[in-house]
Design a protein around this ligand. Structure first.
Ligand code: NDP
Length: 350
């Protein structure tokens, strides 16, 4: 008997912020895995800012999701049928199975969940793609040094949580930027950041700059870029000579869609930004974590034990039910998540 399954497909390309109408919930059937493939039942679905880019038909580092296709996404699930000897029925695995209750993928695109260190959902956050991104971007591209000042935006999301806590573990002075007093309190009191600036309380770039200058009396040596917008604009004038900027994301701009530079609203800051990079001899380094996946084992070996013994803490924001994924995704883009955004798609029967 075929296994019934549900999925969320892309119904339309958003103009600005996505709406419910851009998604469609469908019922279908799971196909059997072929040789060297595995079929899984999804337990948790990861919702990440990059998915907004996949909804646009614009040139990027990855292909857009086609209209009518399942929304792309990382999941943790249990293997329910296998055509590969790499995985057994019952294994907990991670893969890009998409916004769906079930899925089939080639076994070589699937890895075991990191359950030696933390519960399954953590393989999508602190020990998954976002945590790995924070580790790689800070340690490889940020070239952090003890005593230096590190600033990171989206500080209580899964990337920011990792970056700030690793910075503290390395002896840096760490300033987070987050939306709202609760998130800022969490960054300082729970994650151990030295300071946190609430960007929603700053009316404009100038106010943001004053707040950041107060929080960073010795200037900024490493700005881990997650957000863009007025945070980036304020940071640029505070960077120290030879500062490093790992460019990881720019969530403030994602709803601009595929606009070209000159089409973005507001004054053209490019000449001033470019000059700042030159005169301060800044190292600005964009990266996409998928190009560095061979380092995931190094990350897990280093950070897994830190998560297990509580040196690295993490917070998740879990929504129940696949049908609620679009709403949780749209909320995350607006900063209404508090921690790593995860959808619990099914209870783990095992
Ligand atoms: P989060 O879970 O932190 O979610 C995004 C957060 O961005 C929101 O919660 C909100 O937090 C913040 N935000 C939204 N709008 C704005 C704004 N206008 N100004 C400032 N902050 C804003 O996301 P992740 O930790 O998963 O990802 C963080 C960044 O890392 C993203 O840009 C993402 O695209 C990027 N990324 C890049 C990868 C790569 O390979 N280069 C891989 C993984 C992630 P708040 O309420 O605190 O403002």
């Amino acid at each position: 008997m075929p296994t019934p399954m549900e999925r969320i497909v892309l119904a339309g390309r958003p103009q600005g912020s996505p709406t419910e109408a851009d998604f469609r919930h469908e019922h279908t059937e799971l196909r059997d895995p072929a040789e060297k493939e595995v079929a899984v039942e999804t337990l948790y679905l990861s919702l990440d800012p990059y998915m907004r880019g996949r909804m646009d038909d614009a040139k990027s580092y990855a292909k857009p999701v086609d209209i009518g296709a399942t929304m792309e996404g990382g999941t943790v699930g249990r293997v329910i049928a296998t055509g590969s000897d790499r995985f057994a029925v019952g294994d907990l695995v991670v893969g890009q199975f998409g916004w769906a209750t079930h899925g089939v993928l080639p076994a070589n695109q699937v890895r075991k969940a990191a359950t030696d260190y933390a519960p399954p959902s953590a393989s999508l956050g602190v020990l998954g793609m976002p945590g790995f991104t924070g580790w790689y971007g800070l340690t490889e591209l940020g070239r952090p040094k003890k005593g230096e000042t590190l600033v990171v935006g989206a500080a209580t999301g899964p990337v920011g949580q990792m970056v700030g806590q690793l910075g503290k573990a390395l002896g840096m002075y760490v300033v987070g930027v987050a939306g709202g007093a609760d998130k800022c309190r969490f960054a300082v009191e729970e994650l151990g950041f030295d300071m946190c600036v609430d960007h929603r309380a700053q009316a404009d770039t100038q106010a943001m700059r004053v707040a950041l200058a107060e929080a960073c009396p010795d200037g900024i040596d490493v700005y881990y870029e997650n957000v863009g917008g007025k945070v980036l604009e304020a940071v640029m004038g505070l960077m120290n000579p030879f500062g490093r900027i790992p460019v990881c994301g720019m969530v403030a701009y994602y709803n601009l869609g595929g606009l070209g530079m000159g089409d973005a609203p507001g004054p053209n800051l490019l000449p001033r930004m470019w000059r700042t990079i030159l005169v301060n001899k800044l190292n600005v380094h964009g990266f996409i974590i998928m190009d560095h996946w061979e380092r995931y084992g190094d990350f897990l070996a280093e950070v897994g034990p830190m998560v297990k013994d509580g040196r690295i803490k993490y917070r998740e924001d879990i929504t129940e039910g696949l049908a609620n994924a679009p709403a949780a995704f749209m909320a995350m883009l607006k900063g209404e998540n508090f921690g790593k955004t995860v959808v619990q798609v099914a209870e783990d029967a095992a």
